[in-house]
Design a protein around this ligand. Structure first.
Ligand code: UD1
Ligand code: CA
Length: 476
């Protein structure tokens, strides 16, 4: 991080009072370049809406209040915020300066006002802290975060005087060719001294190519020194205006998430083919193998092996479990469990410790007790399976009767032979057994055997007769 301060006016500078911080997140833009039905700031990066990344960065300042400028016509913003910050409406999208001016008089504090844009998800809280500290130290009326970019296209350029001191911000649309060649850009992150900000804001005009009230023009109107701080990692200021930039942010954020996990003691065999959301937690010495995606609010214990070719969404997995080539959605898996290859645990699956789920098994809204096994191609839906139960290959719960879902209960130590069909609602008692190919249509008492299959007949000499007939036909 490098700092640079310049005198914007000859006025004596009064030191910044150590007042409480107001954070303002601008999130009301139309996001036209996203070409989306969803508000731009709700598009996720590493599983978290962009807006919440901005809120998290702002939190690092421990602000007295956080105001979020939102567009009341956009759906889902309040739900995503879930009580974080206080929203301020911007009914008409007349520009970033207009957005900030929507902050009500009651909130126009004299202390530091930190403004950030909700479309800048890679900004770190630490960078905001450094910016605020530099602002306080220099006593400037405003401190801007800038970055030097190889490709500054689309950003406001920082224009400096011959002495190298800050002079102006010029938007791409309004820039001369010479100004467009400047590689230093405005990040859209500012700290203002409230006392100077609010009076300057009312003087903004929209005499530019876009016809908008630019917040960037306020630096010309503010009375006092304007300082700049250049960010070290220029990725941090990436503003998301279209989906190409969204993908770019995703890539950077993904690497950050993987790096943090690896530093924390998780082995990621191939980071290039591993996708893990920011809100996922993974325990020490767990190995994540290639082509694996772990998303949402998933929590994975220690000493697990997850993957290869596995998807885990919003699931929890205990210590020492092994999940191979399988899909888990909203599932709860205990410790020392094995799943896969090629199995699917759907929402509401709860596997106790030491359960074994093998190949081509689908489980939905079911509980499987400790030490039980479903080793081969089965479907269990709405089942409540006890401990140490063995479910033979090809067993299926017929849980849907065309009108509603019905429960199948299979108690401790039941022995379910291959190809058993449970016509729910039905209960198999503890230590009971089913014979292969049985259709269980009524409750099986504890310790009993259910056998229900068509009687088998033997047809003697069948193959010889068939071969003789083949020969006769061939001769014709
Ligand atoms: C803005 C800056 C530009 C800077 C770039 C950094 C201005 C005029 N330009 O350009 O100097 O280099 O960000 O990424 O500020 N918003 C509102 N209400 C509005 C308009 C926008 O709340 O009426 C919000 C948007 O939701 C967005 C943010 O302000 O989060 C920035 O708006 P955007 O239109 O993306 O500005 P840029 O053109 O990227
Ligand atoms: Ca932007």
């Amino acid at each position: 991080m490098r700092s640079n301060a310049s005198a914007g006016s000859k006025r004596p500078i009064t030191p910044e009072p150590r007042g409480s911080v107001t954070a303002v997140v601008l999130a009301a833009g139309r996001g036209v370049r996203m070409n989306s039905k969803i508000p731009k700031v709700l598009h996720p990066v590493a599983g978290r809406p962009m807006l919440l990344w901005a809120m998290a960065a702002a939190r690092a300042l421990d602000p007295e209040r956080t105001l979020v400028v939102t567009n009341p016509a956009q759906d889902g913003i309040q739900a995503a915020l879930n009580g974080q910050g206080e929203t301020v409406s911007q009914v008409r999208q007349l520009g970033t300066g207009h957005a900030l001016s929507q902050v009500a008089t009651a909130h126009r504090a004299s202390g530091p006002v930190v403004v950030l844009y909700a479309d800048t998800p890679l900004l770190r809280g630490e960078t905001l802290q450094t910016l605020l500290a530099a602002h306080r130290k220099s006593g400037a009326a405003a401190t801007l975060l800038t970055a030097n970019l190889d490709d500054p296209h689309g950003y406001g350029r920082i224009v400096r005087g011959r002495n190298g001191l800050f002079r102006d911000i010029v938007e791409e649309k309004d820039a001369t060719d010479e100004q467009r060649a400047i590689s230093e850009v405005n990040s859209g992150v500012y700290v203002f001294r409230g006392r100077e900000l609010w009076p300057a804001l009312v003087k903004l005009e929209n005499k530019n190519k876009a016809g908008e009230y630019y917040l960037t023009d306020v630096v010309r109107l503010i009375k006092g020194k304007i300082a700049t701080v250049a960010v070290d990692d220029s990725n941090e200021i990436l503003g998301i205006n279209d989906r190409r930039q969204l993908a770019q942010a995703e890539r950077v954020m993904r690497q950050r998430v993987l790096d943090a996990l690896m530093v924390g003691g998780v082995t990621i065999t191939d980071p290039a083919t591993t996708f893990i959301d920011a809100d996922v937690a993974i325990g020490q010495d767990t190995v994540v193998q290639p082509f694996t995606t772990i998303t949402g609010a998933s929590v994975i214990g220690e000493d697990c092996v997850i993957g290869p070719l596995t998807q885990v969404r919003d699931s929890t997995i205990g210590d020492g479990s092994r999940i191979e080539r399988s899909h888990l959605e909203e599932a709860k898996v205990g410790s020392r469990v094995t799943v896969g290859p090629f199995s699917r645990l759907r929402p509401g699956t709860r596997l106790a410790d030491e359960v074994h789920i093998g190949t081509h098994t689908e489980i939905k809204n079911s509980r499987i007790g400790t030490g039980s096994a479903v080793p081969h191609f089965s479907y269990l839906g709405d089942a409540d399976v006890g401990a140490n139960v063995n479910i033979g290959a090809g067993s299926v719960t017929a849980n849907w009767d065309g009108f509603q879902k019905n429960v199948t209960e299979i108690d401790d130590r039941a022995y379910i032979s291959c190809d058993t069909i449970f016509v729910a609602p039905v209960r198999v008692g503890s230590d009971a057994a089913t014979a292969a190919d049985t259709v269980v249509t009524k409750d099986v008492p504890a310790g009993s055997l259910a056998i229900g299959r068509p009687e088998m007949k033997i047809v003697e000499g069948y193959t010889a007769r068939r071969r003789a007939r083949h020969k006769a036909v061939a001769k014709k």
